[in-house]
Structure formats: structure tokens, C-alpha cells
Design a protein around this ligand. Structure first.
Ligand code: SF4
Length: 338
């Protein structure tokens, strides 16, 4: 196992909230990139279960965290996240992150946290106000910063919408380093170039909450059945109405998962009204199922090994903790606590 700090490669930290089975949007938007990054960086991939607690609303939400971690990590491993190359672990298995969170909160002005755009969105989504929202949610970016810098990660893969979070982490790090001496690298955002995967509604980004998603782990039959429910060109009421592929989500999936020749055929036949939407959906379902076949087979193999995921997470937690303990000792020293 490569330890993140003992060679010249940069260190990547990235986390995902344990939402259970991952969908195609998660795969194309982040997971595929995680797999590639392993070649050039020492990567640390974390199931951020403490973050999940900031938005729990019921005991059911709490009960689902553990099985969700297992389902999600199985998807990671099936996609090609390699525990021989990367550290794969659960956030709460490294309690040092909570100590660092508390210490960083001493150098983080409240105004920095409440101005983060996603904070206001989350407060609204949870039907709370800035007076009633839990303190954990306000401090979310501080915990996120602790996640990153506890492992001295210098690079964080992000989508455009997460750039303000990384900018805030950089501000916290700058302030800490100014006050207590150079300790942490300022993490850099690494923008992920990924195609936008719309959900089956054809309107919104693919999302489990909106139930417009395609799970990676579904069977080919389930995937085909879900795809048949997808919205297409709403003006195409009959088979002999010419379609507008440029506004159809099934066409955008063809552009990703079918070859250039097939894409041209879809375009030509759709606009000439010689292709029906049901056939077009079956066509993309076959291609998508082919694309996901290996991942799904690997997932079944790994799932059949009793205790495999728990073992990976246990080993990953030990490795992460070794680094975390060292960093926290340095922080204690710099802050005059030891
Ligand atoms: S034929 Fe295909 S591309 Fe054209 S509207 Fe129907 S599903 Fe979309």
C-alpha cells in the first residue's frame, strides 16, 4: 500500500455522503474521475458519515447510514477504486477529524460560514431558519476543511458548484498558518470535466431525491425498464412526428454511450421520424447495460465475499488514522496545547 506522504505525488482527498447505491450521474460526475486520479496522485477516499448527520430528520435516516456506506463503497470498489493504491475509509473511524474541526472553528469567523451559498440553500431545503438550524450544518465547511487538511491533502477534485467551499478551506488554512505557523498546504480545487447527466425527467440533474436516476447496481432489466419511462421530446406525440434530438435526454445519453456512427443514425432517423422513441430507448438501454456490465459483474463478485467491504474500511481507517494522529500532534504543538 502506498502511503500518501512518502513520495512526490500530490495528495487528493475526496469524500461522498453515504447515500447508498450510486447512480449513473455519480459515476460520470465523480467516481470515474476518482478511479483515474489514482494513477497520478495518492488518493484518500472517504465515506463522510458525520456530514450525513448534519441533515438527518428521523431514526430511519440514522439506521440507513451503515448499510448505505456498504452499498456505496461496493460501488466504489466495483468501479475500480483500488484499496491497494488508495486509502478507503469512513470519516467517523478517524475521531481526530472532530478534534481538528473544533480547533479550526477557533479561527473561522461565523460570517465566512453563513455567506456560503449552499448553506442558505440547505437551510431552505430543511425548512429551517438561520436561528433554528443545527450548529453542525453551519460548521459543515469547517469539518470539510478538517477532512482535507488532516491528511495534508493539497488537491480536491470538485465540480464548479463546490469551488466556494474550497476557497473557504483555503481561507481557513491561510488564517491558521498565519496565526500558528506554516502547517498545512492550501488545498487546490481540481475541476472535474464531466458530462452533465440529466435525470429521466429530462429537466434536472440526475438525483436520487428526485427519483429520476439509474442505479449502477441495477440489473440490465431494471435499467431498461426505467429508461422506458424517460421523458423525450414532448412535441413528438406520434411516431411520424419528426423529433428534436437536441432537446431529448435519450439522445444526450446516446452521445455518451453509443459510438459516433450510431449517434448520427439516431439523429437522422429521429429528425426524419423513422425511429420510434421506444426503440430508441431500448437501443440506449442495451448500450448502457454493455457499458456497465463489467462493473456490475465485479460488484456481484465483491458482494459475495463476506465481510470484504468491512475489512477494506477497517484497514483504510487504520492507515488514515496513522496520518491523522501525526497531524493532530503537530497542530497541538503549534497551538500551544502540548
Ligand atoms: S427518437 Fe430517440 S432521440 Fe428522438 S425524441 Fe425519441 S428518444 Fe429522443
Amino acid at each position: 500500500m502506498t502511503q500518501p506522504s512518502n513520495n512526490h505525488k500530490g495528495v487528493i482527498f475526496s469524500g461522498m455522503r453515504p447515500t447508498g447505491l450510486l447512480h449513473l450521474g455519480n459515476y460520470m460526475g465523480a467516481l470515474q474521475n476518482w478511479v483515474t486520479l489514482q494513477e497520478d496522485y495518492n488518493c484518500i477516499y472517504c465515506a463522510v458519515d458525520i456530514h450525513a448527520l448534519t441533515t438527518v430528520e428521523s431514526s430511519e435516516d440514522i439506521k440507513s447510514i451503515k448499510p448505505n456506506i456498504e452499498d456505496m463503497v461496493l460501488d466504489w470498489l466495483a468501479a475500480g477504486v483500488d484499496p491497494e493504491k488508495s486509502i478507503v475509509f469512513v470519516q467517523s473511524h478517524v475521531p481526530e477529524v472532530m478534534s481538528l474541526h473544533t480547533l479550526l472553528s477557533m479561527v473561522t469567523p461565523l460570517g465566512w460560514l453563513t455567506r456560503v451559498p449552499t448553506f442558505k440553500d440547505k437551510v431552505r431545503q430543511m425548512h429551517e431558519t438561520e436561528e433554528t438550524v443545527n450548529y453542525g450544518l453551519v460548521g459543515y465547511p469547517v469539518l470539510q476543511t478538517a477532512d482535507i487538511i488532516l491528511y495534508k491533502a493539497d488537491t480536491v477534485p470538485v465540480g464548479q458548484d463546490q469551488i466556494p467551499h474550497i476557497e473557504l478551506s483555503r481561507e481557513i488554512v491561510r488564517r491558521f498558518n498565519n496565526l500558528f505557523g506554516e502547517t498545512f498546504p492550501e488545498p487546490q480545487a481540481k475541476l472535474t470535466e464531466a458530462p452533465l447527466i440529466l435525470g429521466l425527467d429530462g429537466q434536472n440533474k440526475m438525483s436520487k431525491t428526485l427519483d429520476n436516476h439509474l442505479d449502477l447496481a441495477s440489473t440490465p432489466e431494471e435499467t431498461s425498464k426505467r429508461l422506458l419511462t424517460a421523458f423525450t421530446d414532448p412535441q413528438r406525440l406520434r411516431r411520424d412526428d419528426p423529433g428534436r434530438p437536441e432537446i431529448c435526454n435519450i439522445y444526450s445519453l446516446h452521445k455518451i454511450f453509443s459510438g459516433p456512427e450510431a449517434v448520427k443514425t439516431v439523429y437522422d432517423e429521429c429528425t426524419a421520424a423513422t425511429r420510434g422513441c421506444v426503440d430508441c430507448k431500448r437501443h440506449i438501454a442495451d448500450n448502457l447495460n454493455d457499458y456497465l456490465r463489467e462493473l456490475r459483474e465485479r460488484r456481484e463478485d465483491l458482494k459475495a465475499k463476506p465481510g470484504y467491504v468491512q475489512e477494506i474500511l477497517h484497514e483504510g481507517g487504520k492507515k488514515a488514522r496513522t496520518i491523522a494522529i501525526e497531524t493532530l500532534a503537530e497542530v497541538y504543538y503549534k497551538m500551544g496545547l502540548s
